[in-house]
Design a protein around this ligand. Sequence first.
Ligand SMILES: Cc1ncc(COP(=O)(O)O)c(C=O)c1O
Length: 366
Amino acid sequence: MIPINDLSRGYNLYHEEYEAKAIEVLRSGWYILGKEVTEFEKEYAEALGGNCYCASVDNGLDAITLGLKAAGIEPGDEIIVQANGYIATMLGIMQCAAIPIFVEPDEYYQLDYKNIEPAITPKTKAVLVTHLYGLATRMEPIIEICKKHNLMLFEDCAQSHFAPYKGTYTGLFGDASFFSFYPTKNFGGYGDGGGVVSKNPDIIKKVKVLRNYGSDYRYHNIELGCNARLDELQAGLLRIKLKHIKKLLANRDHIAQRYLAEIKNPNVSLPEIPDGCVHTWYQFVVRVNNQEKFRSFLEQKGVSTDISWKVPPYLQPIMIEKFGYKKGIFPITENICDTIVSLPMMDFMEDSEITKVINEVNNYEG
Ligand SMILES: Cc1ncc(COP(=O)(O)O)c(C=O)c1O
């Protein structure tokens, strides 16, 4: 069976370096907020192009929650997001007692800038873009709208590490950006992890206070903080991965380019990339009319698939309970949920495996 992902493959490529770093950290006698975290934060900001700062945290959800709080989001503020985004983005907003306002995505699955202005109300405080599946969103029109209406702009980059838009990496376009280093992510660690990136040092400083009991220095608490620190072991392992991320992204691109060139089946629509945007292939998402038939055909042929996601965030039980959303309000999103299928994509695949996926997808008769 070809898996949808196999995290041991990326690990095995550099296992000696990871293991050496793990032993180094374990033997150091220092496990929380030490040299590895400090160096990782510096190196990550530099890898994104310098001109920004990073505060590491314990996961992507806390990156969103603490990043929004640090940037000044307050209870009752409305934040515009795409309806086909991930539930964690909405939870981060709601942890701030702010309100996610959903709008339909464009044909590339990204927030459609044309839907922002009609969703603006006197309570709108920000737009939060998720660069979904590893593809950078077209940011220029969104930046313009945010400037025109004096809105803050945030980016959820949990799926888009090192995905450039017009030569600049995602995460550098707004007031703050939120990263997940969850193991399946293109830049994922070996446990939970996350980060807030911003060009504004005050936001980063505040996240660092919030993540550590609201403490600005030892035993001095100035904010209603929490414990959301990245640990030294994860930071050390992420530093190793950072050295190899370009090669790992190139491996994903090799898989994607073969899929794009060789999958030729009128029943299967391939992903498209708008001008100026680069795809880093967190997921390779195709569209089919009959999702279940396609998935069970591939399953029988030994190819695993997945759906990200079958139920959109606004139709999750907790969101229905809180906001009373009903099926049918976002038809573009619901059509996406009913027709998307992710093909195997990971840090490394043998060419024979890529060929098998391509052949089986081409054999599907619809
Ligand atoms: C778009 C998006 N936002 C936020 C998250 C949350 O990240 P984490 O799992 O590290 O909390 C994820 C991943 O799980 C994600 O895909």
